[in-house]
Design a protein around this ligand. Sequence first.
Ligand code: AHG
Ligand code: MN
Ligand code: MN
Length: 340
Amino acid sequence: MTQLPGNLQTIESHFLDLQSLHPGASGDFTGLLNDITFAAKIISREVTKAGLVDILGATEEENIQGEVVQKLDDYANRIFLKCLGKRGQVCIMGSEEMADPIFVPANQGSGSYIVVFDPLDGSSNIDANVSVSTIFGIWRRHSRRQHVCTEDLLQPGSELVGAGYIVYGSSTMFVYTAGHGVHGFTLDPSIGEFLLSHENIATPFQGGLYSCNEAYEPFWPGPVTEMVHELKRGRGPYRGRMTSRYIGSLVADFHRNLLYGGVYLYPPTSDKPEGKLRLMCEAAPLAMVVENAGGYASDGRRSIMDIAPTDLHQRVPLYIGSREDVLWIEKKLSEPDGSL
Ligand code: AHG
Ligand code: MN
Ligand code: MN
């Protein structure tokens, strides 16, 4: 007879357990997380069959970032908008793929939550069957005005009430935090459920992996190059030489380092002084995840969580992962001769 595993929990029942920690909760946050889960299942289905249907390859369009939009990027974006918009818990939706946020009109049941997402991160890897991901961050609306505006949208990571990602890899995993630990769920496609597989993820305080695109080394500020050389020589907090792992798909790199320990870095370069990654839809949500797992995220000087955005598509240098490693990097780059 097949034995049932001891800890059989679906993501939906985990969300309900979370809700029970907040007596008087309306259920809107739970509903929102369920909508994200539903979107994730649909995107996962499309990503896994991408090699089978004529959905691979780029469209002719460029997005607001000036990058070629992949067909699956566009599909994932539309699925997210459709799933999030339907129950009225969301008042603003911001996407990496859209120049402007969507402000839900008050007469359509403008809700209490703001969701910013990258519908498909790492999409340039799709044609090579490399892991891609969805990243999301959830903020609460603070104003009581009738119509929401940009001011409601532009909040720092410290105000996030939930964040997470779905990585479409060798299996599909949903990792989220709502401030009560970081939990990972693996999709069982045969029953269409995300099952709890990684409860209370704690990232190592130090790690042996560093992940960056070293092709940019000639264009990094000198102190960044020096700092990476020290990591390689084993002069960082990790007692040993660190080794390199770089997929070039942010969440896949981040997720591996979260589990094994290490740092992901995307420093500024001479041609991209702000770095490449986006504060609101990439860096801040992952910063909330890593902090709740015991790690840390910095722009090289300060916590990513403390940066108040001035624009939905604002970019930021990113150093994220094991706490002691990232604090050491921040200290190195903040030294008087470490100026960026
Ligand atoms: P996106 O596909 O959403 O535009 O983001 C891609 C990002 C991220 O996934 C990855 O870590 C980084 O771009 C890789 O950039 P480089 O090719 O410059 O290393
Ligand atoms: Mn992205
Ligand atoms: Mn993207």
